[in-house]
Design a protein around this ligand. Structure first.
Ligand code: ZN
Ligand code: ZN
Length: 465
C-alpha cells in the first residue's frame, strides 16, 4: 500500500500559482467593494425619495424583500448608506476599492465630519480587526461622554413656581425631552378641548380638523391658550386623581358607528369618536376588525332601547390560535411579530370569524388594507394573495434580476471605463505587523479621550509596563 502524506511545503511552481489565486481574490474583492459603494449610493437615493414607501415599513424592510438580505444586513446597509451621505472621504475610499465594506461599516458607526479624516487613516493603516477594536474602544469613550451628558441634563431638571410682584404666578423650568413631550401632548389635548368648548358656545359646527381659520379679535394668543390649557390639565388631575394608568388604557379609542356604515362606507350614518370627531368609515372598519364591541339598539327617533353585552369581535382563544398559525404580520416582506386580527371579509358584511377568514396584520399594514387600497384575499389552496392599490400583484418575494453571463468581466469593464485603477494591492492595509495598542490609539485619535476618564485609559496604563 502506498501512503502519501500531503506536501506541507508546496513546491515553487504552486507557490506562484497560489499567489496568483490570492491576488485574484484580493482584486475581485476590491472590485466588489467598489460596486458596493455604488449600491449604497442607489439605496441612499431610493431611501431619501421614499421609493420603499409602497406598503413597506422601512427602506430596510423593502430591501430585505426585494434583494433577499436578512433583516440585520438590510438595516445595516441602509444605516451605512445614510451615514456615507455625510462622510464623503469614507464613501470615496469605498468607491475606489481602497477600504473594504467591513471596515467602512465599522467606521461609520463612530465617524463624524470632524473625525472622518483620522478614522480614514485608521482604516487605511489597520486590518479589519484593528478597525473593529478601535471602533469598539471609540464607542466606549462616546458612550461615557453621552452618559455624562445625560446625567448632567437629568440633574438640571427643575420647575420653579413663584409669585410675581403683581400677584401673578410665574412658572419656569427645564424638562428632559421625553418628559417635555408628555407635557406638550397634555397641553395640546387640553387646548383642543377648550377650543371645541369655545366653538360649541358660539354654536359653530365643530370641524373635523380643529384649525384656527376664522380668527376673531377675541381669539386668545397661543401663549394665552397654553395658560388656559395648563389650568385644565391641573383641574383634570385634581378631579380624576393622579394615576397614569396602564399603557393599554391610555390609548383606548371609542368609536360610535352605525351598523350600516360599518358594512358599507358609502351608507348614510354616523362614524364618530367619543368626543364627536368624525372619522372615515374605513378607519372605523379597521378599528372594529379586532376590537371590543358593544351593540346598542335605538328606536327610529334615536332613543336607546337596548345595550348588548361587551364582546370581543375575535374571541381570545381564536386569537391565540391565529397568532400561533400566522406568527406575525402576513403582509409581504413584513413579518412583525405582533399583529391585529383582520377579517378578510369584514364581519359587518357577514364575514365569519373563523381562521380561514382571518389573517394577522401589523398596525401599519392593517391600515394599508383598510384605508390605503391594498387588497388581500385567500385563495382556494389557503394561500394569501396581496394586491397593490392599482391591482398589481404583490409577490411574497420577487425574483432577482438576471445577471449577465460574465458578471466579473462586466464589473471590471465598468470600473475601467470609470477610470478606477484596482489591483490586488488596492485594499492592502499599511500595517507591517508591529504591536497594536488600542487604548493608546484612541487616546491619540479621539477628540474627547483627554477630557473624559475612560476604562480605555485605565486599560492602557495597565498594559504598559
Ligand atoms: Zn381588518
Ligand atoms: Zn405588517
Amino acid at each position: 500500500m502506498n501512503i502519501s502524506t500531503p506536501n506541507v511545503f508546496p513546491t515553487p511552481e504552486p507557490v506562484v500559482e497560489l499567489e496568483r489565486l490570492g491576488d485574484a481574490i484580493a482584486e475581485l474583492s476590491a472590485h466588489l467593494d467598489a460596486a458596493t459603494a455604488r449600491v449604497l449610493d442607489l439605496i441612499r437615493e431610493f431611501d431619501a425619495r421614499g421609493g420603499w414607501n409602497t406598503g413597506f415599513l422601512s427602506c430596510a424592510a423593502w430591501l430585505s424583500w426585494r434583494v433577499g438580505l436578512d433583516r440585520g444586513s438590510a438595516r445595516e446597509r441602509v444605516r451605512v448608506a445614510r451615514a456615507l451621505g455625510t462622510l464623503p472621504r469614507l464613501a470615496q475610499a469605498l468607491a475606489r476599492g481602497e477600504l473594504s465594506y467591513s471596515k467602512v461599516r465599522a467606521l461609520t458607526r463612530v465617524a463624524t465630519a470632524e473625525t472622518e479624516e483620522r478614522l480614514l487613516a485608521v482604516g487605511r493603516a489597520g486590518t479589519a480587526e484593528h478597525v473593529e477594536r478601535i471602533v469598539r474602544g471609540w464607542r466606549r469613550v462616546d458612550r461615557k461622554a453621552e452618559a455624562e451628558e445625560m446625567t448632567r441634563r437629568h440633574r438640571s431638571r427643575a420647575l420653579y413656581v413663584y409669585p410675581d410682584e403683581d400677584g401673578m404666578v410665574v412658572i419656569r423650568g427645564r424638562l428632559e425631552p421625553e418628559v417635555g413631550a408628555v407635557v406638550l401632548q397634555a397641553l395640546a389635548a387640553a387646548r383642543e378641548t377648550l377650543h371645541r368648548r369655545a366653538d360649541a358656545k358660539v354654536g359653530k359646527h365643530v370641524p373635523a380638523e380643529p384649525g384656527f381659520a376664522d380668527v376673531s379679535a377675541e381669539t386668545p394668543t397661543m401663549a394665552q391658550q397654553q395658560a388656559d390649557a395648563l389650568m385644565l390639565v391641573a383641574e383634570s388631575v385634581l378631579h380624576h386623581g393622579i394615576d397614569p394608568g396602564a399603557p393599554g388604557e391610555r390609548y383606548q379609542v371609542v368609536v360610535h358607528i352605525d351598523a350600516p356604515v360599518l358594512a358599507d362606507p358609502d351608507a348614510p350614518g354616523e362614524s364618530v369618536l367619543e368626543e364627536g370627531t368624525y372619522v372615515p368609515a374605513e378607519t372605523s372598519q379597521r378599528l372594529a376588525c379586532d376590537a371590543t364591541r358593544v351593540v346598542m339598539r335605538r328606536d327610529p327617533d334615536g332613543h336607546l332601547i337596548e345595550i348588548g353585552a361587551r364582546t370581543r369581535t375575535i374571541p381570545p382563544a381564536l386569537r391565540r390560535t391565529l397568532q400561533h398559525r400566522d406568527h406575525g404580520c402576513r403582509f409581504p416582506g413584513c413579518g412583525r411579530s405582533f399583529g391585529q386580527g383582520h377579517h378578510i371579509r369584514h364581519w359587518a358584511n357577514g364575514g365569519p370569524t373563523t381562521l380561514s377568514n382571518l389573517t394577522l396584520l401589523c398596525r401599519r399594514h392593517h391600515r394599508a388594507v383598510h384605508e390605503e387600497g391594498y387588497q388581500v384575499e385567500r385563495r382556494h389552496d389557503g394561500a394569501l394573495r396581496f394586491r397593490r392599490p392599482d391591482g398589481r400583484l404583490l409577490s411574497e418575494s420577487p425574483a432577482l434580476p438576471a445577471v449577465p453571463a460574465d458578471p466579473v468581466g462586466m464589473l471590471r469593464a465598468r470600473h475601467n471605463a470609470q477610470g478606477l485603477a484596482i489591483d490586488p494591492r488596492t485594499a492592502m492595509p499599511g500595517w507591517l505587523g508591529e504591536r497594536f495598542d488600542v487604548g493608546y490609539a484612541i487616546d491619540v485619535l479621539h477628540p474627547l479621550a483627554g477630557s473624559v476618564r475612560t476604562p480605555v485609559e485605565f486599560e492602557t496604563r495597565r498594559s504598559r509596563p
